[in-house]
Design a protein around this ligand. Structure first.
Ligand SMILES: [Mg+2]
Length: 186
């Protein structure tokens, strides 16, 4: 049975993956610059709505393209500045962006390892990871959520054929819009 979104209270925290969740993936490569960054329709507005339902909205994203030399840290920071400003223009707020540059699967910050969630819990003492939701489009996002003790929400954006139930997934939706609508109704 799917997780009951009605359990989510105002003191919960929302963790969002980036690519495939709030913006389109760039097929075959990374989102290397702001020109290549395309929000899914309604994503900034969805984030503004999430701010009314969660105490914190955070981003947790693996970005090994920098370590692979495909882009620079400056490129990533520029994308994030522009992204935050676009979200703000729609009345939304992302409290902090966590990104992991490491390529090594053993790196504590690289999803599915829970380092970015543990760091967020240190940065924001009010965060309780057992009252947090992780939204992502890959199973590594779901395992990251599991490893940190969170509720996991899978978006089928880039894997419409995914079979459910899945042991790492508590609920699944077509995209961020559908998740936001379900939350609104809960
Ligand atoms: Mg993703």
């Amino acid at each position: 049975m799917a997780f009951d979104l009605g359990k989510i209270k105002r003191n919960w925290t929302l963790f969002l993956d980036r690519d495939g969740v709030i913006n389109y993936e760039n097929p075959g490569t990374y989102v290397r610059n702001w020109e290549e960054f395309k929000f899914y329709p309604g994503a900034p507005e969805n984030i503004a709505f999430f701010n009314t339902r969660f105490q914190r909205v955070l981003l947790a994203t693996n970005q090994r393209g920098i370590t692979r030399g495909v882009m620079t840290l400056q490129d990533l920071e520029h994308i994030h500045e522009q992204m935050l400003s676009s979200v703000e223009q729609k009345g939304g707020r992302i409290d902090k962006i966590y990104f992991c540059l490491d390529m090594d699967a053993d790196s504590p910050c690289r999803k599915p390892n829970p380092g970015m969630a543990l760091q967020a819990a240190l940065d924001f003492p009010e965060i309780d990871l057992t009252r947090s939701v992780m939204v992502g489009n890959n199973i590594s996002d779901m395992e990251f959520g599991r490893n940190a003790g969170m509720v996991t929400v899978f978006l089928r954006t880039t894997s419409p054929e995914m079979a459910f139930p899945h042991e790492s997934v508590d609920a699944h939706y077509r995209d961020l819009n559908e998740f936001a609508q379900a939350l609104q109704k809960s």
